[in-house]
Design a protein around this ligand. Structure first.
Ligand SMILES: *[C@@H]1O[C@H](CO)[C@@H](O)[C@H](O)[C@H]1NC(C)=O
Ligand SMILES: *[C@@H]1O[C@H](CO)[C@@H](O)[C@H](O)[C@H]1NC(C)=O
Ligand SMILES: *[C@@H]1O[C@H](CO)[C@@H](O)[C@H](O)[C@H]1NC(C)=O
Length: 378
């Protein structure tokens, strides 16, 4: 409801011709009930079998999701109510989608901005800080914010974007989650548990069904420490269940490959964000199939994704060499097994690692994603 009001207000103003979207920050309240996992005290080495056999524990709470809504500078009346809902990965916030800064203030202008590209195609965007990230609520990062709770929070956001016709305000009758990495694991779990969620399609970046091959080495390579210890000035007193990457070379090795600007990787590492441990410990739930999801999705990966296409043996210092292969035998194509009933589309960007949007090839990533949307009639 709060969201509808904000957007209604925005539409009331007459906007001059401009070259950037018009963005504003907002807060969305979500009431969530979720079946989390009762994690053991030692969470390293949790396989999918161990994870799914652990007892479940119900958590319930009201949390705030921080978000940025951007009204596109280009008007296209058939896209006015088609919203791209942007869901970031670990170590990032909503700023991942606008070049690691607010729109217009990203690294190198709009070069790495998905939001700017979407805006030029006439799509409104809503980039959220996933619960426990950025400026959203920060409950316990181990017990509360696991993948199931994260998924329920996203589901509640989606429901709030579609107010009933009598509620007034803007109706986003087409909501398209665009999900990267840990955000993609959340979207995959959403397809498992809410296969009929009111979404038009999904765009998934940086994800495969081979997470368990490279996941552990990637976690080792970035060297996580409690954020309050690793960066006490930036995160004084933050609950120790929030972890920060502390290896610059490990982070670069895990997130980047091939055609990228080393300055971007350095800027990224210098501004890295805390990761709730419970997210890392439960990401493997995304490796279970979503047999009831019957909608469509695009899976788009950097061909050299070191986390999701790791080639064994992985290197504990720099993660793995990533190679998804090509064509119908690629790891990307084979990930269709997770979505047996869906209309599955896939593509890859060559010479590119896990963080597709932060490589010099970003424009290809943006174009492939939007060409897909247009081809589906959105
Ligand atoms: C935690 O579990 C891992 C994998 O099973 C094991 O190698 C490690 O020694 C354990 N750590 C502690 C403190 O028990
Ligand atoms: C969170 O809020 C602070 C203070 O308003 C702001 O400086 C910061 O940029 C915000 N972070 C994100 C990720 O929105
Ligand atoms: C406006 O959106 C429609 C529907 O997605 C699309 O077919 C059309 O090409 C778009 N028009 C422009 C000028 O981009």
């Amino acid at each position: 409801m709060r969201l509808a009001w904000c957007i209604l207000f925005l539409l009331g103003s007459t906007l001059p011709a401009q070259s950037e979207p018009t963005c504003n920050l907002l807060t969305i309240n979500v009431d969530i009930t979720a079946l989390n996992i009762q994690l053991p005290s030692n969470i390293s080495g949790l396989t999918l079998d161990i994870l799914t056999a652990l007892p479940k524990v119900q958590i319930q709470g009201t949390y705030q999701i921080a978000a940025r809504y951007c009204e596109p500078e280009v008007k296209n009346s058939s896209r006015t109510n088609t919203l791209q809902l942007l869901v970031h990965g670990v170590t990032y916030t909503k700023d991942y989608w606008s070049g690691l800064g607010p729109p217009g203030q990203g690294y190198d202008g709009d070069k790495y901005s998905y939001v700017a590209y979407a805006s030029k195609q006439g799509y409104p965007t809503l980039a959220i800080d996933r619960i426990c990230n950025g400026n959203s609520s920060h409950p316990n990062g181990l017990t509360v914010i696991q993948l199931p709770a994260n998924t329920e929070a996203l589901y509640q956001v989606i429901l709030q974007l579609q107010p009933s016709p009598t509620a007034g305000g803007r109706r986003f009758n087409k909501v398209i989650p665009v999900c990267h990495s840990e955000g993609a694991t959340v979207c995959e779990l959403l397809m498992q548990v809410h296969p009929d969620a009111p979404v038009a399609t999904y765009v998934i970046h940086g994800f495969t069904n081979q997470f368990l091959v490279g996941g552990a080495a990637s976690v080792a390579a970035v060297v996580f420490l409690p954020a309050s210890i690793a960066a006490p000035t930036r995160f004084p007193g933050l609950d120790p269940t929030y972890l920060l990457t502390t290896s610059a070379s490990g982070s670069q090795g895990v997130f980047y490959y091939g055609d990228y600007d080393k300055q971007v990787a350095a800027y990224d590492f210098a501004n890295t964000n805390p990761v709730p441990a419970g997210e890392l410990a439960t990401s493997a739930l995304s490796q279970l199939p979503a047999p009831l999801y019957k909608g469509s999705l695009l899976l788009l990966n950097g061909q050299n994704d070191q986390i999701f296409c790791a080639v064994l043996p992985t290197d504990p210092l720099i993660g793995g060499l990533g190679n998804c292969g090509t064509g119908a035998t690629s790891t990307t194509a084979r990930t269709q097994v997770l979505f047996p009933a869906a209309k599955f589309y896939y593509n890859q960007v060559a010479n590119t690692g896990h963080d597709l949007d932060l490589h010099r090839t970003a424009a290809q990533t943006f174009k492939i994603s939007h060409d897909y949307l247009a081809s589906q009639g959105f």
